[in-house]
Write a protein that binds this ligand. Sequence first.
Ligand code: COA
Length: 533
Amino acid sequence: MTVLKTSINKDDSRFITNYDYNKSLNKEIQSLISEVKNKREKGLIEKHKSRAKLLARERIQLLIDENSRFLEFSALAAYDNYDQNFPSAGIITGLGTIHGIETIIVANDATVKGGTYVSETIKKHLRAQEIALQNNLPIVYLVDSGGVFLPEQANVYPDKDHFGRIFFNQATISANRIPQVAIVMGACTAGGAYIPAMSDESIIVKDTGSIYLAGPPLVKAATGEVVSVEDLGGAKVHTSISGLVDHLAENDEEAISICRNIFEHLNITPKQGLSKIASEDPLYPIDEIYGLIQKNLSLQFNMYEIIARLVDGSRLQEFKSNYGKTIITGFARIKGYNVGIIANNGILFSESAQKATHFIELCSSRNIPIVFLQNIAGFMVGKEYEHKGIAKDGAKMIQAVATANVPKFTIIIGRSSGAGNYAMAGRAYQPNLLFLWPNAEISVMGGEHAANVLAGIKMKNPGSPILSTKEESELKKNIQERYQRESSSLFSTSRLWDDGIIDPADTRDVLAMGISMSLNKPFPEPKTGVYRM
Ligand code: COA
């Protein structure tokens, strides 16, 4: 297998500028993540703890196996919304192991507006369920929530992917025989009551846990009945009178320990086979990636250099190396796992799309997961390329990506634009996981192009106002600024267009966890054989 050689010069001023820029961008993102995890208005953490409750992240830490990693999803959800009042959208989701079983964990953070749900909270909860369903992973719900954030009701209540979808998903997950366990460790109000009610097994913590469709104030208003929280839906009521909950725990620690005991008897079936050998580090330091990614993404960077820092031993068994050279396809190992790599090294042409399609079919036929490394401005445009059938060839690739029977993992490591986003397994193509590097830029086209297109349209029709040079440049400037803001990684992750922003140096570990997770579901048979393009 070919060992990729590096030709970078670390003393080159462009390498140094890129390195410093990307390193500090990454530091900025990591400090925002740390802030949403730890920073709360004065008194909120103390209030939570004074009730003998563990914080949501402490609960997760206790739940997962000792010295194991929790891969958190979308920590910066809702980042730029609600005056920063919903850190992580008030819910923590991620992948952890319990007695060695890969599990999705969904934990309400009651220090954020009583653990209530705004639109991003719901999106995050639903995404966690989607990952569980796509990969056959059990789910644990750590419930501590006042339900819907009432002022936002129009954005969270009645639509298909609003609050009610959580319970629809629970029913579907259950029908797929995927275990779900709920631990009620605080409020569990209104519709939220269906979370434990629709889980396979449930646990409630004495004194702090409560479950009811309507709280005491609403009961009084609706029926005149006066009742305390404990008498209405406390731990004793549900474990000895209503039978809604199966296990009573004295405190958070005991509840978590009961949940771990439940996992000892889940009888999880063996995983999908995938060849795996001993992991080997790449030949070159992974942090050199910071120097390789261009600060200005209009400038191309050499994807071979990136791959050389991501795959075991920097080895790549390249496929069609001399054909369709703007896309790199080949087999490699990531932490020992056999994977197919598809990586952009320029704009997509007919040949590159055909080559990628052929390669996706090979991976599908051989049951090998695919890693997409996106840095793509789009497909080539222009008369020559239209005549050659670029749309037809792009369609082949999009078709293959959409119907591939193997797990897909997408890392947006640079630009993600045009139909390149689709063909390279963008969010709509349901990769099992999709992460961004801090420098990622996602937009339908570059800001400059969009500005020219829009200004052109505005002025083309007969009778359109003639713009002065100043007005035209003002219009273009506004569009460019808007595109710049809306294409940033923070803008994307705040809206859950991805599963989070990761440190480039963490990519191998994240991918290995994802690949391992995806093997919990047997891969279906490929829908076609291998067609040569
Ligand atoms: N909608 C909007 N805001 C809510 C809310 C809801 N459902 N539930 C709580 N909040 C807000 C509170 O106004 C408060 O905001 P503030 O910090 O800006 O003052 C914050 O969340 C914390 O609530 P608080 O009551 O102070 O905390 P608590 O820990 O003592 O109690 C609850 C938390 C969730 C048990 C309690 O607030 C409650 O019962 N809320 C109503 C739940 C409800 O009826 N939900 C129906 C949804 S369909």
